[in-house]
Write a protein that binds this ligand. Sequence first.
Ligand code: HEM
Length: 534
Amino acid sequence: MPKDKDTERGGCNHNQQLIGTTMELASLPLLGFLASLLFLLGVTKKIYTCSAPGDRQPPGPWNLPLLGSLHHVLLSRYRDQPHRALRELSGRHGPLMLLRLGVVPALVVSSAEGAREVLKTQDTAFASRHLSPTMEIFTRGGQDIFFAPYDDLWRQLRRICVLELFSTRRVMSFSRIREEEVATLLRSVADQAGADADVEIGALTSRIITDMVTRSTIGGRCLRRDEFLHEVSKSVKLSAGFNLADLYPSSKLARWLSGGLRDAERCYRNMRAIMDDIIQERAQATADADVESEEDLLGVLLRLHREGGPLTIDIITTVIVEVLGAGGEASWATLEWAMSELMRNPRVLHKAQAEVRGMFQGRRQCRLADGDVLGRLSYLQLVIKETLRLHPPVPFLLPRQCREPCQLMGYPVPEGTKVLVNAWALGRDAAYWERAEEFEPERFEAAAMDYKGATNFEYIPFGGGKRMCPGVALSMANMELLLASLLYHFDWELPVGVRPEEIDMTEAFGITLQRKTKLVMRATLRIPFDTLVS
Ligand code: HEM
């Protein structure tokens, strides 16, 4: 699809964001001198040292003082897409590669064997997260669920979230919410289709998925949802891990110079302000009513807060902000990639559509209430699986950190080392996949692979082990119903004059991978739907 400035995701702000990051990176050589001074003065301390004399270091590219290995990324053809640049580098240096990103040593794992060691064999040793200065801001110093160290607070938060939001029982209980939100989506698509307008499917699904997750988590909608989504989009770029402060975490100068940190502060403040209102209102309402309202995750967290204990309002707000933001974002990014691949592969689109239309024939709604009807949409599930193989929304998982000195693929790893598992590269590795770059959902028919991250480490879109994504069932239920409904009720075409092979599939790198340009399509209503009122 021809690139159109107006269709760039996030519009002006997103561009400014990228330009800001690129300028920070481009100014690195100039800052090298200053940073060298700081280095010599011992201000930057983090250095990868072998645990014992004579220990071998993992292979890796040659380093420049202070820039470390960054120039290999910045000068590569994939300078905006580190997941691709690091795949290329690991092709030269091996499946376990030691980089220095600025002064931060990082091990990059690019084989299923290595991923198995990190996520399974030595799960406990790698169960902490690496907290960059930017993520310190977004997580209040790791007082959250996504980036908390492997400690009691994380255990408590994870247990509560699983019980109240992610368990199969809870996910089933949200089916009415899903159906109502899907009906809203169908109405929006039908309005645009009726007006003979192009449909920006990403914009529509991001709102609906956010509403689904918000209603399931806090029991109501967020009135400032669009503002919130705008900030989430910014935070995704800011969290990529490549701003000055993240590359030189212990340098005060780098922190001072880093526009990224200031943007992160602003972005986090805005997101919190939106959530603060909701949470304060809810806390007050519960206190006034003098009843325990525990219908959702927020209710339970607030009760635990009232009972005393470690859960402050600050921690609760951070957890809610990130569950709504990050959780929803990964799902709608996946849906947009799925629709992109379907439009590029008409054979697959028609096959998936035939399955859905056959299954729900004569109905005005794809209903979850019909037992496991959606579970029986086996081809649609393969489409989602294949989408997650080629487009895992979290390309490096969330960065792990080694909690104790250990060995990885025969090399010693010091405590505190950052570990990136390149899940994106694994999903496209020709050593594991035939025609690795092709979109072929049928490949999963024979392969009994699932999302559990326990056996097939070449396929880990949700990570694995103790820190594996707990939102698999919730996101699958949301994504399946949405995709099934879009295919059931509408026919889809590209705008006039655009051929499938012309669809721009460029990725915008951040902590998650989104489409760089918006996907625009034409919809025609084929099967009328029921209007549900929430
Ligand atoms: C397509 C959808 C999604 C994908 C591909 C995805 C992927 C991931 C990945 C790769 C991780 C890091 C795992 C690791 O380090 O091993 C993660 C963590 C997490 N995800 Fe998801 N996610 C999705 C949807 C969701 C949703 C909808 C929610 C919640 C509403 C959610 C909540 C979480 C949480 C709380 C964590 C942190 C877990 C921890 O550190 O203990 N995710 N996700």
